[in-house]
Design a protein around this ligand. Structure first.
Ligand code: ADE
Ligand code: ZN
Length: 335
């Protein structure tokens, strides 16, 4: 498809992808066998059938179950490497990847096991493809703020491998301000901070993430539309929204892609970006998200260039790194 090769050619950053959400059923099955773990699925096809969700929680239950097959450093390496290879094939040049340490430490896996596996794969992908990669450690908001604090302290020996921290998992009933303390410590340590907000939760959670956590980007943020004053504020402050359109359809945030707020917000000057969230579970990596939205919302070539530019501007790359990708994008835009 013409759009697809054009979008692939655009230098892009992916800013919202959970590494545990890239675990494909084939690899899940292989790791279960390698680690002698019983899965409640008879086949890869059975797993795919189970990937039908009614809301965020129905997905999270299966997603956390899937992550149980990850035991050794090699497992974490294999999952990371598979994603980086796929991202590179989609024309991603910079990726800032979420991981959920508590999903693993809760099961007795050492911090060093997953951090070493991630780092080795990132080193190999950087050498092989020149990809630029950062890691963002997320706190699970269905667990307590004390648990998040303990996790923050546990991450100390690995601090220089972290680009930032984030907040994910079940949003309703778990407002951002509960996590002010670990976020304050992370900011003081010089890390970037982002938070999921306004995926299923109300616009006040987006405002809370900005005002109480000082989030530099909002992950999802689709529900900002319910509060026009907030939309104006997001546009004025150019606070990026890392949107994940295929995720929103699978989790019934929007009934149909043609209802999605992305284009309306783009037209109001909000710094919107396109990302994949949990591509193995939601049926598409970042390129597939761009292609689906371009078709459903009739995006123009200029819209697509703006979205790629937004992804670079909204990334936590340094100025020189952004300038290199923006210059390359400008050449394609002028062609
Ligand atoms: N963890 C993984 N995917 C998520 C999502 N879409 N929302 C909240 N937490 C998540
Ligand atoms: Zn997410």
């Amino acid at each position: 498809m013409e759009n697809e090769s054009f979008i692939r050619s655009l230098p892009k950053a992916e800013l919202h992808v959970h590494i545990e959400g890239t675990l494909e059923p084939e690899l899940m099955f292989a790791l279960a066998a390698r680690n002698d773990i019983a899965l409640p699925f008879a086949s890869v096809e059975d797993i795919r059938v189970a990937f039908r969700f009614s809301n965020l929680q129905s997905f999270l239950d299966i997603y956390y179950q899937g992550a149980q097959v990850l035991i050794t450093e090699q497992d974490f390496y294999d999952m990371m490497m598979a994603y980086l290879e796929r991202a590179n094939a989609d024309g991603v040049r910079r990726t800032e990847i979420f991981f959920d340490p508590q999903t693993h430490t809760e099961r007795g896996i050492d911090f060093a096991t997953f951090m070493n596996g991630f780092s080795s794969a990132i080193d190999d992908a950087t050498t092989r493809w020149g990809l630029s990669v950062g890691l963002i450690m997320c706190f699970l908001r269905h667990l307590s703020p004390d648990d998040a604090l303990a996790t923050w302290h546990q991450s100390e020996p690995f601090r220089d491998q972290l680009l930032g921290i984030g907040l994910d998992s079940s949003e309703i009933g778990n407002p951002p301000e509960l996590f002010s303390e670990p976020f304050r410590l992370a900011r003081e340590a010089g890390l970037h901070v982002v938070a999921h907000a306004g995926e299923e939760g109300p616009p006040s959670f987006i405002a809370g993430a900005i005002d109480e956590l000082h989030a530099e980007r909002i992950d999802h943020g689709v529900r900002c539309e319910d509060d026009p004053a907030l939309v104006e504020r997001l546009a004025a402050l150019q606070i990026p929204l890392t949107m994940c359109p295929l995720s929103n359809i699978k989790l019934k945030v929007f009934e149909d892609l043609s209802d999605h707020s992305l284009k309306r917000l783009l037209d109001q000057g909000v710094m919107v970006t396109i990302n994949s969230d949990d591509p193995s579970y939601f049926g598409g990596y970042v390129l597939a998200n761009y292609v689906a939205v371009a078709q459903a919302l009739d995006l123009t070539r200029d819209d697509l260039i703006t979205l790629a530019r937004n992804s670079i501007e909204a990334s936590f790359l340094d100025d020189a790194g952004k300038a290199t990708l923006l210059a390359e994008l400008a050449t394609i835009a002028a062609a």
